[in-house]
Design a protein around this ligand. Structure first.
Ligand code: BTN
Length: 252
């Protein structure tokens, strides 16, 4: 299949000290007609947000950024979100000596602990891809953020990690995976499945008004999570919070 060409993402770049949320700034840029690829990166966020309306505490030492996309057409947005997760995992590995896994839909884990998260939002007629990576955040600040199951690239690799190096790798991998998504998404699914730390494990899936427990059976062609209930029924989950039971898989 002929691939649609994607210009390297990350231009123009807006660098900020403190901001409420980089996703909000990117949304304003989108509404003002700024072209695809624009990047907003901040040292700190005072009102960073995560999936499902959760706050995302964003102190100094993290990579908090948003990229403006204007996808003309392509597979599902669910798959785009998975593509971003793959890009972040690859960027983490490129920037330091870690092995990164993915917990559905796009939590990036290192040694079973969350090191990065992804939040896609629609704003100003565009898709805003928000990425938060714990780069060199001290352990105490992490606990205030996303709980004891969080880590940073610095803690996980045992070495100082340069935020701009992570950003450069992220833009590189994001460009490549956005292009792969536009070409049909098959490669995205394959790459995501190779990093899946959820498949085969018991999981509790929380959705508004419903909590399900079962065994995660990986993702389907649209990027939905397949959950096998004790009755044998398989449910497709499009948006939820997933808690995986038992000890984290070693090595991811
Ligand atoms: C999650 O795992 O819940 C997603 C976290 C996404 C956080 C990033 S940080 C940059 C961008 N701005 C925000 O307010 N959120 C995203």
């Amino acid at each position: 299949m002929r691939r649609p060409h994607v210009e390297r993402l990350g231009r123009p770049i807006v660098r900020l000290g403190e901001v409420g949320s980089t996703n909000d700034v990117a949304g304003l840029l989108a509404a003002a007609g700024v072209a695809e690829g624009a990047l907003v990166v901040a040292d700190r966020q005072s009102a960073g947000r995560g999936r499902l309306g959760r706050p995302w505490v964003s102190p100094h030492g993290g990579l908090w950024c948003s990229v403006l996309l204007r996808p003309a057409r392509g597979p599902s947005r669910g798959l785009l979100s998975l593509a971003v997760g793959v890009a972040v995992a690859e960027a983490a590995e490129a920037a330091c000596d870690v092995r990164a896994g993915l917990k559905w839909p796009n939590d990036v884990l290192v040694e079973g602990r969350k090191v990065a998260g992804v939040l896609l939002e629609a704003a100003g007629g565009a898709v805003i891809v928000g990425v938060g990576v714990n780069v060199i955040i001290p352990a105490g600040a992490l606990r205030a953020d996303i709980g004891p199951a969080a880590t940073s690239l610095h803690l996980a690799s045992g070495r100082p990690v340069d935020r701009d190096r992570v950003l450069a790798a992220l833009l590189d991998r994001l460009t490549a995976w956005y292009e792969a998504w536009g070409a049909g998404g098959g490669q995205v699914l394959e790459a995501w499945r190779r990093r899946d730390v959820t498949a085969g494990r018991r999981a509790v899936v929380s959705m508004p008004g419903e909590t399900l427990e079962g065994v995660a059976e990986g993702i389907d062609g649209d990027g939905a999570l397949r959950l096998r209930l004790s009755t044998g029924e398989v449910r497709r989950v499009m948006a939820a919070d997933v808690q995986v039971m038992g000890h984290p898989a070693r090595g991811c």
